[in-house]
Design a protein around this ligand. Structure first.
Ligand code: HEC
Length: 93
């Protein structure tokens, strides 16, 4: 079930990416190195409040879309921070 949830979130995001304002989270290499570095800092600070830091390589990039969709609001990330953290975790492979 979890996998299907992540996958449909991925499809929704992919479909929504035609709108310029929406972040294209399925294109991780669009972020600059500086943004990915910021994502790492945010990840290390914001994502260990409720649980141990997850291992980025433990999940696929598709799974991360679903995880970030549920965790970004918990960590109170804005859209940019959401994308930077996503791009960081999928870059650690
Ligand atoms: C306000 C508390 C809170 C914050 C902040 C938080 N999480 Fe979580 N996280 C949870 C809870 C509760 C669960 C377990 C229940 C669930 O899956 O929703 C969880 C589960 C997870 C899981 C396991 C999901 C799975 O399917 O196995 C991952 C990975 C994760 N969080 C990543 C993150 C990341 C990355 C951040 C930072 C952007 C973050 N979390 C911030 C509360 C939080």
């Amino acid at each position: 079930m979890k996998k299907i949830g992540a996958l449909s979130a991925f499809i929704i995001l992919t479909a929504a990416s035609c709108t310029p304002k929406v972040n294209v989270v399925n294109e991780p290499l669009k972020s600059t190195a500086a943004e990915i570095a910021q994502g790492k800092t945010i990840f290390e600070n914001a994502c260990k409040r409720c649980h141990d830091l997850p291992e980025p390589a433990k999940y696929t990039s598709v799974q991360w879309v679903g995880i970030m969709n549920s965790m970004a609001p918990k960590a109170r990330l804005n859209e940019e921070q959401h994308r930077w953290v996503y791009d960081y975790v999928v870059s650690v492979k």
